[in-house]
Design a protein. Structure first.
Length: 154
């Protein structure tokens, strides 16, 4: 019996040990949000990363790959992998850039254009649900604080 109590105390200690850890809590939040956004974009056959990237491409057609990486605050290799996936799905096309021969401009395909409204609606619904759960003011405040922290740490 004593060992069960020790295990429970150990687990309680471990949980409280990370209560004030930015890394632990932001990653736990990221995993929870990943599940929410995965559900939102599953009907489109897209991962959250693919869906957010496609939404950016739909909103700003013709971006260079490095501009897309900067916009989404992700590395160039991550951008390349995600674009490769979207291209395999027939949702984007790469065209030689007129301004930089080393880069491609990214354009949505006709198929991607048919998904635009649905992706926007899924994103809006998920955001609305999160705002209902968290409270709109708390949601907005959290987004601003996370963006500020991210900017300061870059």
């Amino acid at each position: 019996m004593r060992s069960i109590g020790c295990i429970a105390n150990y687990i309680a200690l471990q949980c409280s040990m990370f209560d004030h850890c930015l890394y632990f809590n932001t990653h736990a939040l990221a995993r929870t949000l990943e599940r929410e956004w995965t559900k939102a974009f599953k009907p489109f056959g897209l991962t959250p990363s693919q869906a957010f990237m496609l939404r950016a491409i739909l909103a700003t057609s013709g971006l260079l790959q490095n501009e897309l990486a900067q916009m989404l605050v992700i590395s160039r290799p991550t951008t390349t992998r995600t674009l490769d996936g979207l291209q395999k799905l027939g949702l984007i096309e790469r065209r030689p850039s007129a301004s930089d021969g080393r880069e491609s401009s990214i354009y949505p395909t006709a198929l991607a254009l048919t998904l635009k409204d649905g992706l926007h609606a899924a994103g809006a619904e998920t955001t609305s649900r999160l705002k209902r759960v968290l409270g709109s003011e708390h949601f907005e405040d959290t987004v601003i604080k996370v963006k500020t922290i991210r900017s300061k740490l870059q």
